[in-house]
Design a protein around this ligand. Sequence first.
Ligand SMILES: [Fe+2]
Ligand SMILES: [Fe+2]
Length: 385
Amino acid sequence: MTSTDESMSSTESIIGRSDINDLEAILSVTNTERDEVIHIVADNADAIFTWDYEKGARPQLNKLYEKAKRSQWNGETDLPWDTEVDQEKVVMENSLANGGIFTQDMDMSGTPFAKWGDKEWIQLGCESQNWTLSQFMHGEQGALICTAKIVETVPWIDAKYYASTQVMDEARHVEVFAKYLDEKLSGHYPINAHLGMLLDDIVTDSRWDMTYLGMQIMVEGLALAAFGFIHQLTTEPLLKQLLRYVMSDEARHVAFGVLSLKEHYQELNGAEIRERQEFAFEAAVRMRDRFLQQEVWERMGLPVKDTVQLVMNSPERELFQQMLFTKIVPNCKKLGLLDAGDGWLRTKFGELGVIQFEDWADTGEEYDAFSIEQEIAAKQAGSVA
Ligand SMILES: [Fe+2]
Ligand SMILES: [Fe+2]
């Protein structure tokens, strides 16, 4: 067996297909439980008590915890919910300001898009927004559950303290995305199957550090990049502020992952690190697959496979998909995952077309740049006076 064959069979065992771009296989994964209300996953973990209560034994985690306590905001009262949102108008303004999903000079003849007028493009914009924010909301619930699990499973008191503040942050995030969807947009979507599969895998893993890798490094790393992208592009002031507040929390969460795993990974052997690399790769592929938004094309009555093919060929889309990895890749590098074991993950991120972000800022340090602590302090001082 050549080394290429080996890597192909290992790709298949990790993500269930040998070619990461096999569209048929990607689209065959669909949500078959669209009407379910309760979803049960066994979390397979031991709850760990520690009798070592020395606060600040891990100074960076302690610093993060103190900062989190000063950075709590209230989703009901700190956002301008009285803002009128005319979703169709916002879609038009956003596309005037930023362009659509396809470049102007792409040849649409012979595709269903050739016959589209303003009405269909606006409807697509609204559905895409409903879909995107619905997936964020589901991902936030994943973070809520994962972080509650970390409170139970991590053996360090400073990490338990910090994780407890993150549980509160995530409750607030689920709350504000759900409220925005209900009050300002025009419909929810069930969880995307690729995202659901990833969240199930993260929750199911019994090893405490895998929860961190799946959630804090991969899912939240991607969320931080995606929120930043949309925050920059949206012309709607309520969503802009909502995202800025959520991002200030997310940056801390990703830093929590980087700081905790940096310490833990020093104690792992080569085989154990390889398992972490494979998990990071699996998560990266699942998240890329979910962004093909197959449910939106279906709801628009378009042939899903042809449409996804077209979207994948759009340079705009390509750029957006790559941008989602701007936090994940440098953070994996900081953790030593890119280059361990002959650089297996480096090769895989190369195949995904995202390795060029390796030297961008990692989130272990940059969380301060996202801080809204001063703003919260000013608000609280104002309400006391
Ligand atoms: Fe969150
Ligand atoms: Fe988070």
